[in-house]
Ligand binder design. Structure first.
Ligand code: C2E
Ligand code: MG
Ligand code: MG
Ligand code: MG
Length: 279
């Protein structure tokens, strides 16, 4: 398993770990050279506001190409990047790329970037964000950070401080995949989130009455806490209608738009500034 080395935990790659089989060593090696060799890229998925019919922003999602041209899913390479520490450099690259290519160009009003708690535990994360915003003349309010309540996530003071520094910059902090991890509720108690993204599994369970009641319970819990709610995994018109019925304004999913490179968002006329393609 990963070796915790105290407070600002940097996870050390352990070749003896049974989890890190051959291809994960390959991925680990590729991640180290991914930025300089242009193997890493970002795609963007729109976030639709059903009340206004406009695109509120996009989520940046990382893609990795191996040297032989094959694509590896983030489900596979993000855990490797977290274990080896590559996530720190990759995460910074993602923030910089979003600020430079999307926000500074005016292509998008608001963009969210996924961050691993490991990144938030590294000293200097918030200062890096501040410097990058300043470099590209972008206001903090146009950037959101999506944090997943992962299994290994222990919420410590370093993370709490980092999040509060990000909010001082005006940046938004969102909780991702709500309802899937162990920590969601304690996170909600300790941190003020601007938006909570409800995991798509709850929407997908809505083909039963029991599933619908579960989702409605989660929605009312979040409404009572006064956070904005976004639901992910909207794949059909029925999903969208249900969300309309439940009064959920922000939705995301394959039905609204698949993740795509920036150039494609532009040509599909999804953007800029809230123009959406007719579905
Ligand atoms: P996530 O942040 O919850 O992102 C949503 C995932 O669901 C994305 O998968 C997206 O492509 C997929 N998705 C979107 N709409 C639908 C839908 O309607 N149906 C279904 N079935 N799936 C949908 P992706 O791109 O494979 O990313 C997986 C996860 O990897 C992300 O989950 C996020 O936790 C992580 N990840 C991706 N990029 C980054 C990154 O730059 N940094 C970090 N730390 N994590 C990242
Ligand atoms: Mg996300
Ligand atoms: Mg996730
Ligand atoms: Mg999510």
């Amino acid at each position: 398993a990963a070796k915790a080395t105290g407070r600002n935990t940097l996870v050390v790659f352990d070749p003896e770990d049974p989890q890190t089989s051959d291809d994960s060593e390959d991925i680990a090696a590729t991640l180290k050279i991914a930025i300089e060799h242009g193997l890493v890229s970002l795609v963007y998925q729109p976030i639709r506001n059903i009340q206004t019919g406009k695109t509120d922003g996009v989520e940046a999602l990382m893609r990795l190409r191996m040297l032989d041209g094959t694509q590896v899913s983030p489900a596979k390479f993000i855990p490797v990047a977290e274990r080896t520490g590559s996530i720190v450099e990759l995460g910074r690259w993602a923030i910089r790329t979003v600020c430079r290519d999307l926000l500074a160009t005016g292509l998008v009003q608001v963009a969210s970037v996924n961050v691993s708690p490991i990144e938030l535990k590294m000293p200097g994360f918030a200062s890096y964000v501040a410097a990058t915003l300043a470099e590209f003349g972008v206001t903090g309010a146009r950037l959101a950070f999506e944090i997943t309540e992962g299994v290994e996530l222990e919420i410590d003071q370093t993370v709490v401080h980092c999040i509060s520094d990000l909010r001082k910059l005006g940046a938004q902090v969102w909780l991702d995949d709500f309802g899937t991890g162990f920590a969601g509720l304690s996170w909600l108690r300790l941190i003020e989130f601007d938006t909570v993204k409800i995991d798509r599994s709850f929407l997908h369970d809505c083909n039963t009455e029991k599933g619908k009641r579960m989702l409605l319970d989660i929605i009312s819990l979040l409404r009572n806490r006064g956070v904005r709610i976004l639901i992910e995994g909207v794949e059909t018109i029925e999903h969208q209608r249900l969300m309309q019925q439940y009064g959920i304004n922000q939705i995301q999913g394959y039905y609204i738009g698949r993740p795509a490179p920036a150039a494609q968002l532009e040509s599909d006329n999804v953007l800029p500034f809230g123009l959406v393609r007719k579905v």
